[in-house]
Design a protein around this ligand. Structure first.
Ligand SMILES: *[C@@H]1O[C@H](CO)[C@@H](O)[C@H](O)[C@H]1NC(C)=O
Ligand SMILES: *[C@@H]1O[C@H](CO)[C@@H](O)[C@H](O)[C@H]1NC(C)=O
Length: 451
């Protein structure tokens, strides 16, 4: 099942070709698009030309390998692109893919003409995404990141790797042809200057293409933190009821007070903006924070429909079929008169988009909503995300970086009931192996994004 609002685009298949010199953040942008689209249930995959080149046995090439005057090397590199394209077409066929991203350089007009022809043969819409930048700080930041993370440079010390990499960039600069509205007017392309200082958009045709463009326009690269917390323990939590609009328990109030201290301690002197839902328990949790606050209806808890205000035991007794169906496919199951996780993801999309644009936000919301937000940043698959244990009275700090998101979980040490329900039972509590597996606190406190 695809993303609902693109139903009319069902037959659309898109290939996004990254364009640009080395160290312009192309991989970073590719990975973000993959994460965003897969969060929206769109079948997407990134194909990295460098890894196909490594498959041809060229594992740690020095800069000379990228000298365009050397025909032998040019041929090997062309073969890597051909292999990448073949693998991509195969994926479209075998997996019914919707969006492929080709993470390479594609910096000459000749190459791009060939790519377009190949796509047309396979009934795939080509779209180019150029990352152009002359921001030296940004480039050096990327060079540093690549030199420490890429297998191509694992054998060199930082100084030699940097020297070699700069030489490689010089070779590419000699042949680089940037997008130009006159000669490239017939192509679908987006040219990002200094990431999002200026964005030039040409000939976007389908709805899905425009979604991708809109998303990349919102990407910011300044270092920042996103803070996440559930509301403090509520009266309903204590009574093991779901939904409702109850107020906080005494312990929940204690967490609200503690939250202020935790923020002051961990983000000293920072100005945050606090986003809450429209429900009392999130606002009460935010009450001692002296920052600007914003309420989002989209951050309200998953609507349990007719089950709102019931305990899991009551649901199991009164709606046994529903109770089973929900455990069998928690992501898709929609409560009678209420919502599914998929519904929540769709209403959260504008929140995520705004979150990409903002710096230093603290979100105080609800269990199911937090699972969805966390899944977006951490690339958690749909089968897993509705089962993650995100305990009460815990503050999470997310730091998005070029190659992943770093998570730190801070416990408030104020006791609270567990609201975690495992598959196949109506009891709450997180003591078994299953819940430990899904409890982000018991994973490493730093989790990198899978690439
Ligand atoms: C792809 O779509 C075809 C036709 O709709 C279907 O038969 C096939 O099972 C699908 N394959 C996958 C991997 O989803
Ligand atoms: C890109 O950013 C750098 C550094 O801020 C600036 O010097 C340069 O003029 C920018 N380039 C363009 C085309 O905006």
């Amino acid at each position: 099942m695809g993303f609902r609002i693109i139903a009319n685009d069902q037959d659309v298949r898109i290939c996004v070709f990254m364009v640009g010199l080395p160290a312009r953040g192309k991989s970073f942008i590719s990975q973000k698009i993959v994460r965003y689209l897969s969060w929206l249930s769109i079948k997407v995959k990134c194909f990295n030309v460098g890894s196909f080149r490594r498959q041809l046995g060229i594992t740690q090439p020095d800069a000379e390998f990228f000298n365009f005057a050397n025909q032998e090397y040019v041929n090997i590199r062309r073969q890597s692109v051909i292999n990448t394209m073949e693998s991509m077409f195969q994926w479209f066929e075998d997996e019914n893919g919707t969006v492929a991203i080709l993470d390479g350089t594609s910096i000459t007009c000749e190459r791009r003409t060939w790519l377009v022809e190949e796509c047309e043969k396979h009934n795939i819409q080509p779209m180019f995404l150029e990352s152009w930048s002359d921001n030296e700080d940004l480039i050096m930041e990327n060079v540093k990141e690549i030199n420490t993370k890429s297998p191509d440079y694992a054998h060199l010390d930082v100084a030699s790797a940097t020297r070699d990499f700069m030489k490689k960039i010089e070779y590419y600069e000699k042949v680089y042809e940037t997008f130009d509205s006159e000669k490239d007017g017939h192509l679908t392309y987006v040219k990002m200057v200094n990431v999002s200082d200026e964005v030039i958009i040409n000939k976007i045709e389908t709805y899905l293409q425009s979604r991708i463009v809109f998303y990349v326009m919102n990407i910011r690269i300044k270092p920042r933190c996103i803070w996440l917390s559930r509301h403090g323990e509520s009266i309903y939590n204590v009574e093991q009821k779901i939904g409702g609009d109850s107020i906080l328990s005494e312990r929940g109030l204690a967490y609200a007070r503690k939250l202020k201290d935790m923020i002051e301690e961990n983000a000293p002197g920072e100005t945050l903006t606090v986003w809450t839902s429209t429900l009392k328990r999130t606002q009460e949790t935010a009450q001692f924070l002296s920052f600007k606050k914003l309420q989002w209806k989209a951050l309200d808890e998953l609507d349990a429909g007719v089950c709102d205000g019931m305990t899991y035991e009551e649901i199991e007794a009164k709606y046994p079929e529903d109770f089973k169906a929900r455990d069998a496919d928690k992501y898709e199951y929609r409560y009678r008169g209420g919502e599914s996780y998929r519904d929540v993801v769709i209403r959260l999309e504008p929140v995520i988009m705004e979150l990409e644009r903002q710096e230093n936000i603290l979100i105080i919301t609800h269990q199911a909503v937090l699972r969805c937000i966390y899944a977006y940043f951490m690339n958690v698959p749909q089968e897993e995300s509705p089962w993650m244990a995100i305990p009460l009275h815990t503050l999470m700090k997310l730091e998005p970086k070029a190659y992943g998101t770093k998570v730190t979980a801070l416990k408030a040490n104020i006791p609270a009931v567990s609201t975690y329900k495992e598959k196949g039972t109506s009891q709450v509590g997180e003591n078994t192996k299953e819940s430990q597996l899904h409890n982000i606190l018991r994973r490493d406190s730093e989790v990198a994004l899978s690439r």
